[in-house]
Every structure is written in structure tokens, then in C-alpha cells.
Design a protein around this ligand. Structure first.
Ligand code: 3VV
Length: 224
């Protein structure tokens, strides 16, 4: 195992938390991330003047001082308990504790399709008024990877190919993905993002199951 893969495995931890404790932490830290998320478009759009911005920054500095008093010194990783309650709370796309994560929830249909309705605020802008192409790739990487996992072939992204068919607006969007087939350790997955005027980005991905044993979390809860 390489050092990098070793680090992935080390952050894959059964922390033995009770369901009550997980619920307590979700109720405590989820709203904190929501508040920070709400700040991002405000930083882009506020018209506040010198005094208000200075005051707001003092409040934020005080909040950062409070929050920084005790903290972990490593990324969140993947945590789970004996019930198979998996948590990826630091995940960039759907982490409950991650303020940049645009997805609240990924839904799983019985036929293996995974999908999410989500909202991209102005902090995700690329071309004027539209979604940054890298953000579409970010969301599709997660959706396609989750479809591979749900289909029983969890893996790292080997190749992700995108076709940007038309500009993706900001705002309310839909994304979905489905496992097409597997070949050995490779899972071939397709998906897309659509907006009010149809499909904007199509994706094909190859997800490769690492050599080391992976607990895939299939048929288990995976909370944001
Ligand atoms: C303990 C925890 C473990 C967790 C594991 C994941 C579980 C996921 C669960 C839930 C997912 C939820 C959703 C997540 C979504 C987000 C995912 C990301 O963002 S992942 C970050 C970006 N991706 C990387 O950083 C990969 C970096 N690359 C690598 O680590 C390796 O290159 C890896 C694992 C992709 C392949 O390495 P090899 O050593 O296993 O590959 P070789 O043995 O050489 O090849 C195996 C087969 O795959 C093909 N292959 C190899 N690399 C390929 C590639 N890049 N694209 C296409 N095919 C490739 C080869 O041609 C070969 O095919 P032939 O068996 O001969 O037919």
C-alpha cells in the first residue's frame, strides 16, 4: 500500500459512537456548517459599508477564536459505528460539517439510480451567472462514485469524462447517476446534471476498487 492509500485506510475508522451521540453531534455541528455556508454568498453579494464590514469581521474573528480553542488536527475521514452508520461529514460534496458541500442528501432508488436535487449559490459561479465547470465535475464525481458504491463496486475515481452540453445555470439543479457495468475491479458509471432547460453536463466515470479490502457500506446508512 502506498503512503497515500495508507492514509486513506487510517482515516477509515470505527469510532464506536452511539446513535444518540451521533444525533447530538449532527444537531450541534450541522447548523454551524449551515451558518458558514450562508456566509459564502453574503461575502460575494453584501453591499455593507466600511463600518459594518469591519464590525462583521470582528464578530467572525471572535467566532473563529471560540471554535478554534479545541479542534482535531486531521481531516474527518470516514467514520462508522457497529450499526454501520457511516459518516463522511468532511466530504466536499455532501459533508454535514462542510460549509462548501452543496448536496444535503443523495437518494438511492431500488433500480440502482442515485440522484440529488440541489441548489448552487453564487459562490459556485464560473462563467457569468452560471455554474463553474469544475463544480459540476465535483458533484458528478460524487454522484457517480456513490452509484458505483451502491452497485456493490466502491472505488476511487480512475477516469472522469465530462461533456458540457450547454451552460449550467446557478440555482436549483438535479443530478443523477447509475452503474452500467463492471469489469473486474472497474465500475463503469454514467450520469448527468440537468437544470430547468434540460441536461447540461453528461458524465462517464471509471471507478476502481483498490487492492486493499474496502468496506463498501452497501445497504447501510451513509449520513452526510
Ligand atoms: C479504506 C478506505 C478505502 C476507500 C476507497 C474508496 C471507497 C469509495 C466509497 C464510496 C465512494 C463515495 C463517492 C466517492 C466519490 C469521490 C471519489 C474520489 O474523488 S476519489 C479521488 C480521485 N481519485 C484518485 O485519487 C485515484 C488515484 N489513483 C489511484 O489511487 C490508482 O491509480 C487507482 C486505485 C485508481 C488504480 O490503481 P491500481 O493499482 O488499483 O490500478 P491497476 O492495478 O494498475 O489497474 C487496475 C485496472 O484499472 C485500469 N486503470 C488503472 N488506472 C486507471 C484509470 N485512471 N482510469 C481507467 N482505468 C484505469 C487498469 O488498466 C487495469 O485494468 P485491467 O484490469 O488491466 O483491465
Amino acid at each position: 500500500m502506498t503512503d497515500a492509500l495508507d492514509a486513506v485506510a487510517r482515516l477509515f475508522v470505527n469510532d464506536g459512537l452511539s446513535e444518540d451521540e451521533i444525533a447530538r453531534q449532527a444537531a450541534l455541528y450541522g447548523p454551524l456548517a449551515d451558518d458558514v455556508r450562508a456566509l459564502i454568498p453574503l461575502a460575494v453579494q453584501t453591499r455593507a459599508g466600511d463600518d459594518d464590514v469591519r464590525q462583521a469581521r470582528e464578530h467572525l474573528a471572535a467566532a473563529m477564536e471560540l471554535l478554534g480553542r479545541t479542534k482535531e488536527d486531521h481531516p474527518f475521514g470516514t467514520r462508522f459505528n457497529d450499526n454501520g452508520n457511516f459518516r463522511v461529514w468532511g466530504n466536499a460534496v455532501m459533508g454535514l460539517r462542510n460549509a462548501i458541500a452543496p448536496l444535503h442528501r443523495i437518494n438511492h432508488d431500488p433500480d440502482g439510480r442515485v440522484w440529488a436535487d440541489f441548489h448552487l449559490h453564487v459562490g459556485f459561479e464560473g462563467p457569468a451567472g452560471h455554474t463553474h465547470g469544475g463544480v459540476s465535475a465535483l458533484v458528478l464525481d460524487q454522484l457517480l462514485g456513490d452509484a458505483a458504491r451502491v452497485g456493490g463496486s466502491p472505488g476511487m475515481t480512475g477516469t472522469l469524462t465530462l461533456r458540457y452540453r450547454k451552460p449550467t445555470p446557478l440555482g436549483d439543479l438535479h443530478g443523477e447517476a447509475k452503474l452500467d457495468r463492471t469489469e473486474g475491479r472497474k465500475a463503469f458509471v454514467t450520469g448527468h446534471i440537468s437544470g430547468p432547460h434540460g441536461i447540461c453536463v453528461e458524465a462517464e466515470g471509471i471507478f476502481i476498487k483498490p487492492h486493499w479490502p474496502v468496506e463498501d457500506g452497501r445497504d447501510r446508512n451513509q449520513t452526510r
